[in-house]
Ligand binder design. Structure first.
Ligand SMILES: Cc1ncc(COP(=O)(O)O)c(C=O)c1O
Length: 397
């Protein structure tokens, strides 16, 4: 059988996060109580008015293929949302594609712009899909190290040093997964200058942009910087901000020219997104946004609880995360690797986290805590974590 497998399979690993999920499922079947800090999804239900709009569309008979780009009212709503968030005018007719999750947007964009052998700059640590999809496209991921002491800011000089004549693309995720850290406007300006000078396409993953605890309601976007709208593909979606991860709905926003390139790929991937769920998504963007404000406030409360708890534990350092629902504490002082720590916490104390090393070599020494579970579970998690680390300190003497 082995000769039948495509060589690209050797280039990509099974996701380290999926392995954690499998372990937890087994523990829960065995009746063990688990604190769910591992999963990057919200614990909220999709708001009622969004579900109702999808159900109404289904009942109306919206059951046939949608246009490859997505239904026009949704594309217009996405364009309007992008204008509010970035201050740049976007044409819903020509610059938006509705995708089956942000993930399809990343896949289609990388396939549209990366030739075999092209180099794609991705940060380390980062959400591991960028590296894997680059490999699937035959490209070469080139990692830009980022550091906890800089709150994982992407340093322009680290980017510059890694640019060769094969560099095609720079991928930015802000707020970041796994760190929750946000790239400042000044930093994005410096990165934009490099992208323009070296003629790079920029993928700007903004799926967490509205889960932001800094000034204003949205994290800064590189799309807003002069000269960048024509070379940036925004990746965004409904999974996080409207609690719609199971709906599989996202989008790309780019210039009309880049959008045509991405569309060429998309017409052969999923063809289009389910028609009736696009009507639900339209209601999400055009309806009352109080549901979003409430959810972000709740995340902010949970962040404070977990952040404060971590700051009270000796020898744990926490980078200043101001977005998404992740904290990425440095636990290296305890003398265990990230994987050993994550295994210890789940095996001995039922706290599920993800080892930072899953997200790249510079995630070593950290664990990712996703505080997207209930407030009560966050508070309980902090108490159990304190006990778990006190026991380790005692063992060390
Ligand atoms: C940074 C980042 N981008 C994209 C995605 C994928 O989102 P979607 O559910 O829309 O495919 C995730 C999901 O965890 C993510 O963390």
């Amino acid at each position: 059988m082995e000769n039948l497998f495509a060589a690209r399979l050797d280039e990509i690993p099974f996701s380290g996060i999926r392995k954690v999920f499998a372990k937890i499922r087994k523990m829960e079947v065995e009746g063990r109580d688990v604190i769910h800090w591992e999963i990057g999804r919200t614990d909220f239900d999709t708001p009622e008015h969004i579900k109702k709009a999808a159900i109404d569309a289904l009942n109306r008979g919206e059951v046939h293929y949608a246009p490859n780009l997505g239904i026009l009212p949704l594309r217009k709503a996405i364009a309007q949302r992008t204008e509010i968030d970035t201050g740049i005018a976007v044409d819903g007719e020509t610059q938006v594609i509705v995708m089956s999750g942000a993930n399809e947007g990343i896949l289609a964009s990388i396939l549209a712009f990366v030739n075999p052998g092209d180099e794609v700059l991705v940060t380390d640590p980062n959400w591991h899909h960028y590296k894997a999809i680059t490999r699937i496209a035959g490209g070469v991921p080139v990692e830009i190290p980022t550091y906890a002491e800089d709150n994982f800011a992407i340093k322009p000089e680290e980017v510059e040093q890694r640019i060769t004549d094969k560099t095609k693309m720079l991928c930015i995720t802000s707020p970041g997964n796994p760190t929750g850290c946000v790239q400042s406007k000044e930093n994005l300006e410096a990165l934009a200058e490099i992208a323009i000078r070296h003629n790079l396409i920029v993928i700007s993953d903004e799926i967490y942009a509205r889960i932001y605890y800094g000034e204003g309601k949205v994290a800064p976007s590189i799309f807003s910087i002069p000269g960048m709208a024509e070379r940036t593909v925004i990746i965004n979606g409904f999974s996080k901000i409207y609690s719609m991860d199971g709906w599989r709905l996202g989008w790309t926003v780019a210039s009309a020219e880049l959008t045509q390139c991405i569309l060429k790929i998309r017409q052969y991937t999923t063809v289009c997104v389910n028609t009736f769920i696009q009507h639900g998504a339209t209601a999400a963007l055009t309806g009352d946004q109080t549901c979003v404000e409430n959810m972000v406030q709740e995340f902010s409360r949970r962040r404070d609880i977990v952040m404060q708890g971590l700051q009270e534990i000796p020898d744990v350092k926490v980078p200043d995360s101001s977005g998404a629902f992740y904290l990425f504490p440095d636990i290296s002082a305890y003398g265990l690797t990230a994987k050993e720590m994550a295994d210890y916490l789940i095996d001995e104390y039922g706290i599920a986290t993800v080892a930072g090393s899953v997200f790249g070599a510079h995630g070593e020494g950290h664990i990712r805590i996703a505080y997207s579970c209930s407030t009560e579970e966050c508070a309980r998690g902090v108490a159990v974590l304190k006990r778990a680390l006190a026991a380790l300190r005692e063992k060390k003497g």
